[in-house]
Design a protein around this ligand. Structure first.
Ligand SMILES: Cc1ncc(COP(=O)(O)O)c(C=O)c1O
Length: 452
């Protein structure tokens, strides 16, 4: 391979995601050419321990899974595509599997391609359902400060991270920000448990202020991911669900990151006593071997669309050309099968407990405010001093990550998300990570902190 030529072609022709293009024009864009387990190799043959599962927490079963590649190949040779107005075998089987791993309510599965798209479908379903069922102008979608729901314009309009939105306005009308649940920096200045979960009551205040007859849904992440690994207290979601139900507001759970085992259960919401009305999922669904996402609705939402077939408007008139592509669903099925065959949910719990226990050692350092984690998903929040909780500058996080990358360990960070709050390093290694690899991640991070 002509390495120099490939890199020059990248510089000449590519626009990379999320990166200031000048960085790569002046430096060298990374090019990954191979992966095995938790290790990725760049174009120069240098190995890196990838604690990010592909940069954005999605290669959950690890690199080099031949059985997924084979399942996709077999399906593509047999029947690559037909629009999902018809069925294909892997899509049908995957839908059945998804409903099986979401016990407690009967559900139906609507496939699409990306997390953003799954959320767009959720908003469209919620708006149409609200109007059809209640006959009022239910259309507003509430979202929380610090949650991320995607990059398309409506998903971005539902995102509580101003640095992601800047420059792209005007955004879509009908999206309203409400209070987050964050005990580390309680927006209401309260302390758990004497707070009485007032952050949930704040959501109700937003619904009442907007007028419940105008509010269709409330979208949340089970654990706020890109916004800083924020884990709600156990009472939060049950209370939120009760409030939503009382005002006929659908609860949409964005499981794009947490879904398919990242936190040690199939879905993040399953840690809490809650049954969301709509659940969206993507990333770990096929461990990113193929693009795949879904919007899963409770039976009563599906039933509301069972109108007279002669009615030209009141059914879910939506399509996604590649949604539920046979090859993607074949990858998704094999991915779920691997998680079951190899008992990976148990592994995530066991390894995650170990990772968080080791990371907690960092809390004795003056710059580490808190370590938060559930399963193989963890964040470390850095501050200038613990008293004021003033966040460190983004450049400090950059130096720590740079040090680790220099030692061959790739970490993630809160990236240009919430103004003045990009002070969190995160990690989400693949479920096949070994204890030795977890030790290497934590030890390298310790060295890095000492070095800045
Ligand atoms: C919680 C959450 N929702 C939605 C998305 C958007 O997913 P996608 O990038 O596949 O559109 C992301 C992406 O990181 C996410 O973290």
């Amino acid at each position: 391979m002509d390495i120099k030529n490939i890199i020059q072609m990248d510089k000449d022709c590519m626009m990379h995601h999320l990166t200031q293009h000048k960085v790569y024009l002046e430096g060298e864009p990374p090019v990954w050419v191979k992966g095995e387990g938790c290790t990725v190799y760049n174009i120069h043959g240098k190995a890196f321990l990838d604690a990010t599962s592909g940069g954005v927490w999605c290669v959950n079963v690890g690199y080099g899974r031949k059985t997924i590649a084979e399942a996709v190949k077999k399906q593509l040779e047999e029947m690559p595509y037909f629009a999902l107005s018809a069925g294909n075998i892997p899509a049908i089987q995957l839908a059945a599997k998804i409903t099986e791993i979401m016990p407690g309510a009967q559900r139906k599965v609507y496939f699409s391609n990306s997390g953003s798209e799954a959320n767009e479908k959720a908003f469209k379903l919620a708006r149409q359902y609200g109007r059809m069922k209640y006959g009022t102008d239910k259309h507003k979608i509430l979202y929380r400060y610090r949650d991320y729901h995607g990059t398309t314009l409506a998903a971005l309009s539902a995102t509580g991270q101003e640095e992601r939105r800047m420059g792209f306005g005007p955004l879509v009308p009908g999206f309203v920000q409400t209070c987050e649940c964050n005990c580390t920096r309680c927006p209401l200045g309260k302390t758990y448990p004497s707070c009485n979960i007032d952050c949930a009551d704040a959501v109700e205040r937003t619904i009442l202020n907007e007028g419940p007859e105008t509010v269709a849904a409330f979208i949340v992440e089970p654990i706020t991911a890109g916004g800083g690994i924020l884990i709600p207290v156990p009472e939060y979601f049950p209370k939120v669900q009760e409030i939503c139900a009382r005002h006929n507001v659908l609860l949409i759970m964005d499981e794009v990151v947490c879904g398919f085992g990242r936190t040690g259960k199939w879905f993040g919401y399953q840690h809490f006593d809650v049954q969301p009305d709509i659940v969206t999922m993507a990333k770990g669904m096929a461990s990113a071997y193929q693009p795949l996402s879904a919007t899963v609705v409770k039976q009563e939402i599906y039933d509301a669309f069972l109108t007279d077939p002669a009615d030209r408007v009141n059914y879910f008139r939506d399509i996604s050309t590649y949604g539920g592509c046979a090859g993607s669903c074949a990858a998704g099925l094999e991915n779920v099968d691997i998680i079951e065959r190899e008992n990976l949910l148990d592994s995530v719990v066991e390894k995650g407990d170990y990772l968080v226990k080791r990371l907690k050692e960092l809390e004795s350092l003056p710059s580490v405010l808190e370590v938060r984690g559930r399963g193989l998903f963890a964040g470390i929040e850095f501050v200038k001093d613990k008293q004021s909780k003033e966040p460190v500058d983004e450049s400090v996080i950059g130096k720590i990550m740079g040090y680790c990358a220099g030692k061959g360990v790739l970490l993630g960070k809160m990236n240009r998300s919430v103004p003045n709050m990009n002070n969190i390093i995160n990690m989400a290694p693949a479920y096949v990570v070994t204890q030795a690899e977890l030790d290497r991640i934590v030890d390298t991070l310790k060295e890095a902190i000492a070095s800045v």
